[in-house]
Design a protein. Structure first.
Length: 179
């Protein structure tokens, strides 16, 4: 799957969703590929940054910020696990339309000081009740610190068992953004 950068002559640039994958996955894993189809069906272009080989979350944030500096037009960020942390950290320095994160790596022991501030845009978090990697309570803590929407689902860290719910929630998220 490749990114789409289209111009809509009647209304200007097509809005873009930029995805950030987790530590152990790749740019076009199952969740990102499924959500990219939802975005494209809703008229958005999509991009997914390749962070493979970059273990440091800060370096991933820098890569995302560099990409965002080159992008023109409306932008939403999305990410999973470490990619959720990266998307939120970048959003706190940008002005995206919104951020959609899944099981974000927030308040990780030893790295609590690196948990990003709430960005000044709508934030939607989806987290599994049975997450064995990042406790759902971390997402609750983050959501309570601002005005984030939090949905807890009957799943684990990978959220593969609730892919239809993720697609539905992502569609609602995109439809709710002021484009």
């Amino acid at each position: 799957m490749s990114s789409t950068h289209a111009e809509n002559n009647a209304t200007g640039p097509v809005p873009c969703v930029c995805f950030s994958h987790g530590k152990e996955s790749g740019p076009w894993g199952t969740k990102i590929s499924a959500l990219a189809k939802v975005a494209e069906a809703a008229g958005w272009s999509v991009e997914s940054i390749d962070y493979r080989g970059i273990k440091d979350p800060h370096e991933r944030v820098v890569r995302l910020l560099e990409w965002c500096e080159q992008h023109e037009g409306p932008l939403a960020l999305a990410g999973s696990s470490m990619g959720g942390h990266v998307a939120l950290a970048a959003a706190s320095r940008l002005t995206p339309l919104g951020v959609f994160v899944m099981a974000p790596a927030l308040f990780v022991p030893g790295y609590e000081q690196w948990t990003p501030e709430q960005p000044a845009c709508p934030v939607t978090i989806v987290h599994g009740w049975h997450d064995e990697v990042i406790p759902w309570e971390n997402s609750l803590r983050f959501a309570q610190s601002g005005s984030a929407t939090l949905t807890l689902v009957d799943s684990d860290h990978g959220l593969a068992s609730v892919l239809p719910e993720l697609e539905y929630g992502f569609r609602l998220f995109l439809n709710g953004l002021a484009v």
